[in-house]
Design a binder for this molecule. Structure first.
Ligand code: PHE
Length: 342
């Protein structure tokens, strides 16, 4: 009997030290102590060997021990199930915290659209430097140094070397193509250009252009018109009208500006079309023989056309953007409106 009491004390110590961190460990504790073949049952079985006069006292000890084991079991269960309930409290079906995905800039979207339209007509893309020399930007394009037409493009010059400038148009890329390729030539030149203008809703010190150049035998003004008409229909839709107005560029002869019917007011007259119903979208013309000769191309054999448009203007008409400054302010409220456009 004494030995049995000592044994129970030892068990109590052992049980006190038990730690169960998993549901399996709690179950193992239950089987070991409270199961049908568990130690508690075993000890209870000793009752029959206890002399009658001690039965009562021993019964009390056994009962306390049983309560002790059960309390421990409950405690283990509890500490495990709090973990469980914390797990349950976390709703795995909730959407994750998302990383915001940016969108393409509207100018990139429109540039890509323009480029892909001309690609279907067989135009290749040509690119060139934004810092140019005077020759590629002006001289080769039939704008000699004191030519008054230079005033059409207010230019940023570079102090360290006055022969360098920020290109005012991507015609400089046309010059670089003519320098290195032989006709037939069919390229479009997208890129950023710079002009020294005061920033306002209608002007900026930089903008984006796409110029085109097509040189081959028998290229005529009719080809120019048809190409640009096709472009307008693809870009803005079938019902949009075009008109050509005579104009002047030193590098083309004859030259024309092309207008499209105003998409903002449906040609009824608004601020964008200055109440004329027409909006100018590009300059164009037949490549001046002098430009061809500058690059050793026989102007009696070859002819060609060129055109140049501002991406901002096309984008303004396509998406009704009314202030040029929006393009470079980096305001997500503006930029995210183009989600989904490609
Ligand atoms: N380079 C002209 C400009 O920037 C546009 C243009 C290109 C006009 C080709 C005619 C032909 O204004």
């Amino acid at each position: 009997m004494e030995a049995l009491l000592q044994q129970i004390e030892k068990y109590k110590q052992e049980i006190t030290d038990v730690k169960a961190t998993t549901a399996e460990a709690v179950e193992a504790f239950r089987i070991q102590w409270l199961g049908t073949k568990g130690l508690l049952k075993n000890i209870m079985g000793e009752m029959k060997n206890v002399p009658n006069e001690h039965k009562r006292a021993f019964g009390q000890v056994l009962n306390d021990f049983k309560l002790f084991v059960e309390a421990k079991f409950e405690e283990l269960q509890q500490s495990n199930s709090t973990e469980k309930s914390e797990e349950k409290a976390f709703d795995w079906s909730l959407p994750g915290s998302s990383v915001p995905v940016g969108t393409r800039h509207p100018l990139t979207i429109v540039r890509n659209q323009i480029v892909s339209i001309f690609k279907t007509l067989g135009f290749a893309i040509a690119e060139g430097p934004e810092i140019e020399d005077d020759w590629h930007n002006f001289g080769a394009m039939n704008l000699p140094e004191d030519h008054p037409a230079r005033d059409m493009q207010d230019t940023f010059y570079i102090n360290q070397n006055p022969a360098w400038l920020l290109r005012t148009h991507t015609s400089s890329v046309q010059a670089r193509v003519l320098e290195t390729q032989k006709p037939p030539i069919r390229v479009i030149c997208p890129g950023r250009v710079y002009r020294n203008e005061t920033i306002s809703a209608r002007a900026h010190c930089f903008f984006h252009q796409i110029e085109g150049l097509y040189i081959d035998e028998n290229v005529s003004f009719a080809d120019l018109k048809q190409t640009l008409y096709f472009f307008v229909q693809e870009m803005f839709g079938k019902g949009v009208q075009v008109r050509f107005r005579p104009s002047y560029f030193p590098f083309t002869e004859p030259s024309a500006e092309m207008d499209i019917s105003c998409l903002i007011c449906d040609s009824k007259g608004c601020n964008v079309c200055k109440h004329t119903g027409w909006v100018e979208i590009l300059g164009s013309g037949m490549v001046h023989p002098k430009v061809l000769e500058n690059f050793g191309i026989d102007s009696t054999k070859y002819t060609g056309f060129a055109f140049g448009m501002g991406v901002e203007r096309i984008c303004q008409l396509k998406y009704q953007v009314n202030d040029l400054r929006l393009y470079s302010q980096n305001d997500v409220r503006f930029l995210k409106q183009f989600t989904g456009a490609v």
